[in-house]
Design a protein around this ligand. Structure first.
Ligand SMILES: C[S@@+](CC[C@H](N)C(=O)[O-])C[C@H]1O[C@@H](n2cnc3c(N)ncnc32)[C@H](O)[C@@H]1O
Length: 308
């Protein structure tokens, strides 16, 4: 595999603070770099040897949203709110309440019954992430180009047609709430479809390991098996990790939507870091089918190539 350097754009620097080397007190940069490959687009590579079990880096979501079946999840960070004071709900702490104020106030101005019904009737979860991002853009908490750097999914005409209905309902909710035209100028059908196409490939389903973490060294499998997802999130740097059915890294969540990327085994300098997007214990055909339906690619990892 030939690797060429990947030019990090200004936007990437803005959204991924782990690559900022500006101050003497800043934590050391993570031992990785993003490079371009011939066969799978961009990929993450180790810049030094990483030992099994090491924390490679952490990442905060660019956008996240609790699932409708997780009423106890903090509306901001997805942590469990069960033991929090009533007045803080739907947030877990004053900190989450404060940092979400901008987009939450925007969201509270609109009536979401029609939009939420549309999502529920069609069993859709990703439009909630678009709604959250749209509120963040309107409040100034995020740029409308936040996810542009991520790889988009190839969409069928049927998918686009279904998205159009969601777009109309989202835009109507804002216009009926009298949000000024100039604040929703970004919210075009094309923007909505572009964002959803990126979310489709790059969103992670969040299952919190909580106190069970010590038992979860192989939690790449454990997390995809768990049924009770607290929500979904999109990250920038973790989105550059490619998939492998025998991964050398995994992504886990302990108490909230902040992701931890950990090494599953010793990794050499220059080696590509890959995580598993699905349940690696499935047989080859089932894995291939899931990856093709969910992410639109035929897996070229060595397990699949060897028919394992
Ligand atoms: C989350 S992105 C990973 C980063 C991506 N390579 C990029 O350039 O942004 C997932 C996409 O990477 C590619 N990919 C990841 N793992 C792959 C694999 N095992 N085999 C083939 N393509 C893969 C597919 O195009 C997939 O849709």
């Amino acid at each position: 595999m030939v690797v060429t350097p990947f030019l990090l754009t200004r936007r990437f620097f803005k959204t991924s603070f782990y690559f900022s080397f500006s101050t003497a007190t800043a934590p050391p940069p993570p031992p990785i770099r993003v490079g371009l490959t011939e066969s799978v687009g961009r990929a993450v590579f180790a810049t030094r040897r990483i030992a099994a079990g090491d924390l490679i880096h952490t990442a905060s979501p660019a956008v996240c949203h609790p699932s409708t079946t997780a009423p106890a999840a903090c509306y901001s960070c997805l942590a469990n709110t069960n033991s929090r004071p009533q007045q803080l709900l739907p947030f877990c702490t004053q900190h989450c309440h404060q940092r979400s104020k901008g987009y939450y106030d925007v969201e509270m101005k609109a009536n979401w019954v029609a939009f939420d019904d549309y999502c529920r009737t069609h069993g859709l979860k990703y439009p909630f992430l678009v709604k959250r991002l749209a509120c963040m853009v309107i409040s100034g908490d995020a740029g409308s180009d936040t996810l542009d750097i991520l790889q988009p999914a190839n969409l069928t005409l049927e998918m686009v047609l279904q998205m159009e209905e969601g777009f109309v309902l989202l835009r109507n909710a804002f216009t009926k709430a009298l949000i000024a035209d100039e604040h929703i100028a970004f919210l075009t059908k094309q923007w909505y479809i572009n964002v959803l196409a990126r979310i489709r490939i790059n969103a992670f389903r969040i299952d919190l390991a909580g106190g069970l973490y010590e038992d979860l060294l192989s939690s790449a499998v454990a997390t995809v098996k768990a049924e009770a997802a607290v929500g979904n999130a999109v990250y920038i740097l973790p989105s550059f990790y490619n998939h492998d059915c025998d991964p050398n890294a995994h992504i886990i969540w302990i108490d909230n939507a902040d992701a931890k990327l950990k090494a599953l085994r010793d990794i050499d300098e220059g080696e590509e870091l890959r995580i598993c997007y699905i349940d690696a214990s499935l047989h080859r055909d089932a894995r291939q089918e899931l990856l093709f339906r969910g992410f639109g690619f035929q897996c070229n990892c060595s397990r699949c190539l060897h028919g394992d």
